[in-house]
Design a protein around this ligand. Structure first.
Ligand SMILES: [Zn+2]
Length: 189
């Protein structure tokens, strides 16, 4: 099994009219819109929740939104291969690196550099994967919206549960990961 390049599955909740609305955690489902894109939906649902009075931190942990930059954000993968699997995502709905502004591209790489330090600090991995899949043929689960995967790796960490049961054994839940990562990013100098 190819760990990094397998397309990702995303959480689905049902909208008022019964249509599936990808990428919205249940606690944020008050937002009834659908951009048709999980990464755009994530930000729109968080913004809607905050505008409706939900405390920002509560909305952000529900969405797994760890860092909000000026041009890009960092979120937890809802179906991670390992604890600490995050994605750096531009706010702009773009499918090509060449479509990004240079400022957004610069911030994406800067956030990747911060992620490297945070994952080293929190997970003490043997190595790290950083990668992007551009286009369905390249394995992109969400081909319409660029996203950079970052995840810690350990020698011999292939998780056999994934291949036999589509179940992953994770040592901590997403809310715990979110809190540890939020604090680690905030502590970077
Ligand atoms: Zn999008």
């Amino acid at each position: 099994m190819d760990i990094l390049w397998t397309p990702w599955r995303f959480a689905y909740v049902t909208t008022a009219d019964g249509a599936p609305r990808p990428g919205i955690p249940e606690r944020l489902a008050a937002w009834k819109g659908d951009t048709g894109c999980v990464f755009c939906n994530l930000i729109a649902s968080v913004d809607h929740a905050i505008a409706s009075g939900m405390p920002a931190e509560e909305a952000e942990v529900a969405a797994g939104l760890v860092v909000r930059g000026k041009h890009c954000y960092i979120c937890l993968n809802a179906y991670p291969y390992t604890s600490g699997h995050v994605m750096v995502v531009p706010y702009a709905h773009l499918d090509r690196l060449a479509g990004m502004t240079i400022e957004a591209a610069h911030e994406m790489m800067d956030l990747a550099r911060q992620t490297e330090r945070v994952l080293e600090q929190l997970s003490r991995p043997h190595g790290l994967n950083f990668g992007m899949n551009l286009g369905k043929a390249a394995g992109a689960g969400v081909a319409g919206h660029l996203h950079l995967h970052a995840l810690p790796r350990w020698a011999g960490d292939t998780n056999f549960m994934t291949t036999v049961a589509e179940t992953r054994v994770l040592p901590e839940d997403l809310a715990t990961t979110w809190k540890r990562m939020r604090e680690a990013f905030a502590g970077l100098t």
